[in-house]
Design a protein around this ligand. Structure first.
Ligand code: ADP
Length: 587
């Protein structure tokens, strides 16, 4: 056994020039050196690579790094060789000859680290190579890809445990990810076959980031973004858009406004993309407008702002992308611009999701269900009036409670139902407090800052919700009337019809169907359409109503519907009253 602390510190200094480990790193390095499996869950920028690179320099045999990010392997390997750690990669960008050369060099013991994509593990050539060389450590990067419950499931990750079993002697296995909730963590442990792993989950809060949430009244969010970028011309920023088309249009608009901006998306030629990336990293282009293809592994520490033009599909995706701001520890601003049509678009995308052939129809439905839950939590973030830092850290710290409260599309659900569904899946996972794993959790907010609880007194001072005031409006009567109308309509109409009936619309279609004869017809004619819609959305979020999936969503009752019929039913919504943040001077 190696004396972990001294040698690891010496290696950290020698190769990377750092004097001390960051939070969570030392424990993981030590555990690896003590021949244990590990799982490190750390946010982007926390320094996961060091956790396996340092041990790799101290172990006698080879370290294999499994990573899905083929496009980054060359950079990673170059960086390692630059600091004196001999490393190489084998992937499909090389010819068969080149691959052969790397493998024979590796057989000779020329490298400490070898990077491969998970697909490589299934090839005969690579498997036979692994029979011949002593492998001390297998690192699985982006380990959440093994789970169908996360957002980036890759079926090739399911082959990793077979690969490990095929090795002459089982090496230690170190899995890392930036995005793993409890459920995904269980999957990682079970599906990679980690043995009594040391599990380290470092604090997910990024106190230097300002979280800013803006509901945009109009569909065109570009003028706000352009004004912001103009105000922050000396800073580096990323604007994430949902589609390639939006990316290019906004980049052009920014350029027309006199700013240096570039687009980046998967449809561009590789050299164009590389140029855009390089210009951004070298500070020649301050703003990149990108799809989510941009950023995985880009090591640019001085990004000062990340703006999301649309609501992403999950909190995981949002946190990872927004988290690219302020990696140097200096202040960063993460702004999410959203509106109700983003929610509609996301739901539609989810329903038209391509079917993965490897999955049975039941599995496919389960994945879709899980994605709806992820989307539900994202919608919850957009709608919450609570501290945004706290929302995030609770989400990632989840003991199941938060996710159980948020159902598909943000509707609260019967937690019994959800837990039952999950425990089937989790039954074969070996992670649990009783099974001897050491879970080190350091949730900064949970431990230190969340002293006030849910009563509005809590303030992080670093998010737009905590800096704004919300007006509380009693909408009990409106909510009860909406429920009555859902009943009148037999839970078989969409929200458009529902609102039209409630407001006593004279539309011919409504009258010819006799909907004007319903008891609730015109019952909310004195309320604005926006108010009725707001209450309806909020009721869906809180579980009083449910909105079905599909092209024509139908409004029905949710699990809490019965409460609205109680005589003492009281219901409030919060509306933004004063927004104190002043990020843009003239937007
Ligand atoms: P992650 O993979 O978790 O996103 P990286 O491994 O890319 O993070 O590390 C992010 C940055 O932090 C890198 O620039 C890295 O060199 C730096 N870093 C990592 N560990 C330390 C440390 N112990 N001290 C100082 N800087 C560190």
């Amino acid at each position: 056994m190696i004396d972990a602390s001294d040698q690891a510190l010496a290696a950290l200094k020698q190769y990377f020039g750092y004097d001390s480990f960051r939070q969570g790193q030392a424990g993981l390095v030590e555990a690896i050196l003590e021949e244990r499996d590990v799982l490190g869950v750390m946010p982007t920028g926390a320094g996961k690579s060091i956790c396996y690179q340092v041990p790799a320099t101290l172990l006698g045999g080879l370290t294999i790094v499994i990573s899905p990010l083929i496009s980054l392997m060359r950079d990673q390997v170059d960086a390692l060789n630059d600091v004196g750690i001999s490393a190489a990669f084998v992937n499909g960008t090389q010819s068969a000859d080149e691959q052969g050369t790397v493998l024979s060099q590796a057989t000779r013991g020329d490298f400490r680290m070898l990077y491969v994509a998970p697909e490589r593990l299934e090839t005969e050539r690579f498997r036979s190579f692994c029979q011949r060389v002593p492998i001390d450590l297998v690192t699985v990067d982006e380990a959440h890809c093994v789970s169908q419950w996360g957002q980036d499931f890759r079926s090739s990750y399911l082959g990793i445990s077979d690969f490990l079993a095929s090795l002459p002697s089982r090496p230690r296995v170190a899995a890392f990810t930036a995005t793993a909730t409890e459920r995904v963590r269980r999957d990682i442990v079970a599906l990679l076959g980690l043995r009594q792993p040391e599990v380290t989950v470092t604090g997910f809060d990024r106190p230097n980031l300002y979280f800013d949430l803006m509901k945009m009244p109009s569909k065109n969010k570009n003028p706000w973004i352009i004004a912001y970028a103009k105000d922050h011309q000396d800073e580096s920023g990323i604007v994430y858009c949902a589609t390639r088309k939006e990316t290019e249009a906004l980049a052009q608009e920014l350029c027309r406004a006199g700013l240096k901006a570039a687009a980046y998306h998967g449809g561009m030629a590789p050299d164009e993309r590389n140029r855009a990336q390089r210009d951004f990293v070298e500070d020649n282009t301050p703003v990149v407008v990108a799809t989510n293809a941009f950023g995985m592994g880009i090591d640019k520490s001085n990004v000062r702002y990340v703006i999301h033009h649309n609501m992403p599909e999950s909190i995981e995706a949002y946190y990872q992308e927004a988290g690219r701001a302020g990696r140097d520890g200096e202040p960063g601003r993460c702004t999410l611009l959203w509106n109700e049509s983003d929610i509609v678009t996301r739901r539609r995308l989810l329903d038209s999701d391509v079917v993965n052939e490897r999955l049975s129809p039941e599995e496919h439905e389960a994945v879709r269900f899980s994605k709806r839950r992820l989307l539900g939590a994202m919608i919850g973030y957009c709608r919450t009036t609570d501290c945004l830092h706290r929302y995030m850290t609770r989400y990632f710290a989840d003991d199941g409670s938060m996710q159980d409260r948020i159902g598909k599309d943000g509707q609260a659900v019967d937690s019994q139902h959800i837990s039952r569904g999950e425990s089937d899946h989790a039954a074969n996972a070996s992670l649990g407090p009783k099974e001897g794993e050491q879970l080190r959790t350091n949730q900064l907010l949970e431990a230190g800052r969340s002293s006030a609880d849910g009563d509005g007194k809590f303030s992080c001072g670093n998010c737009s919700n905590c800096e704004s005031t919300f007006e509380t409006i009693d909408v009990s009567r409106i909510a009860q009337t909406i429920s009555r109308c859902v009943h009148d309509l037999n839970q078989s109409f969409g929200s458009g019809k529902l609102v039209a009936v409630l407001r006593g619309s004279q539309a011919q279609e409504l009258i010819s169907r006799g909907l004007d004869k319903l008891p609730s017809y015109g019952a909310l004619k004195d309320e604005t359409q926006a108010r009725v819609r707001d209450v309806l959305s909020q009721m869906a979020t809180d579980g009083f109503l449910s909105i079905s999936e599909g092209r024509m969503p139908i409004v029905g009752f949710g699990p809490r519907a019965g409460e609205t019929a109680q005589p003492d039913f009281h219901y409030e919504i919060k509306r933004l009253e004063i927004r104190k943040t002043t990020a843009v001077s003239q937007a």
